[in-house]
Ligand binder design. Structure first.
Ligand SMILES: [Zn+2]
Length: 317
């Protein structure tokens, strides 16, 4: 393995190096994300991992940080480059989905711009790291309004061979189901189309509290991917997850109080009630029903809801 360089951080074979990724342009230097390069003693593939592209999706951050600390370069054939908290301003201020600096969603800003707004420049700097990889994993989870038990998004682009690899990467996670998202610009996983690097987005957890099972969903999946890429020795576990054909988002039609009747990953039948929205007298304003047979992939975790806000995402069977 030759040395790996990101900016002025250089990791020789067998070294683990920590540093800071410099985002181009002018901003608070504390917004530059931390980066860890783990360069294996032997030659092999390179895996790039980001956590906290949505900076409030804390289970992904906890997992990616823990994973980086578990890695021992002396037994690795290949390299792992980890950005534990990609979106520092959002992590710090706990804004929902968007950056407090410029109101942009980082996961709608890739591949970014060298001279754009801060979030666009951040996306540009991250893409420059992602391009070093043979595979890219962008770990997400429920944002501050969401709870997710665990699923994986595999990028789908115009190259069937890359599509197959991203599906196999997704199947390294012990997930109930997988979704295919088009690898279109905006999303981090557009790296599959723009950089020809197979890309997935595992999703698990909620910020309050960070559950151990959500952290382990990510950590175990990432470890399995290291075996799949032959960066680590060992047998790959291949999970038999099905690909859900459709995600259906259900929104509230009222301001009020949300009460869910369902649990995460619960199977529901068409027309089954999955929750209600009440007013502050306790009167039922609407009964939310499943439009199709599916699995509850995401559930709102706030008590209050506004008209037009999301309640549940159903993954169809
Ligand atoms: Zn996210």
């Amino acid at each position: 393995m030759s040395e790996i360089r990101v900016g002025d951080i250089v990791a020789a074979p067998g070294e683990k190096k920590r540093g800071t990724l410099t985002v181009p342009g002018s901003h608070d230097p504390d917004y530059n994300p931390k980066i860890i390069i783990v360069n294996g003693a032997k030659t092999g593939k390179t895996l790039v991992i980001t956590g906290g592209v949505h900076g409030t999706e804390f289970a992904s951050i906890e997992a990616v940080t823990r994973f980086a600390n578990m890695l021992d370069p002396s037994v690795m054939s290949g390299a792992v480059i980890v950005v534990p908290v990609a979106n520092v301003p959002q992590f710090r201020e706990r804004t929902q989905f968007v950056s407090p600096v410029d109101g942009l969603n980082l996961n709608d800003s890739f591949p970014g711009k060298k001279d754009g707004l801060f979030t666009e420049r951040l996306a540009y700097a991250l893409f420059d790291v992602i391009r070093l990889g043979d595979a890219y994993i962008d770990c997400h989870g429920g944002d501050i309004n969401e709870d997710i038990l665990g699923f994986v998004v595999a990028a789908e682009g115009t190259d069937p061979a890359l599509n197959q690899v991203s599906l196999e990467l997704a199947q390294c996670y012990n997930t109930g189901f997988i979704h295919r998202f088009t690898a279109e610009p905006g999303l981090s996983i557009s790296a599959q189309e723009l950089l020809r690097i197979p890309s997935i987005m595992p999703e698990a957890g909620t910020p309050f509290p960070v559950r151990e099972e959500s952290v382990l969903f990510h950590v175990d999946g990432l470890m399995n991917i290291l075996r799949y890429l032959e960066i680590l020795e060992g047998e790959v576990i291949r999970y038999q997850s099905f690909v859900s054909p459709e995600r259906i988002k259900l929104y509230s039609s009222h301001d009020g109080i949300w009460k869910s009747y369902v649990e995460l990953n619960q199977r529901v039948e068409k027309d089954e009630p999955i929750g209600i929205v009440k007013n502050s007298f306790g009167d039922v304003l609407e009964v939310v029903k499943a439009p199709k047979r599916g699995i509850v992939g995401m559930k709102r975790c706030y008590y209050s809801v506004k008209n037009g806000e999301i309640l549940v995402v159903l993954s169809t069977l």
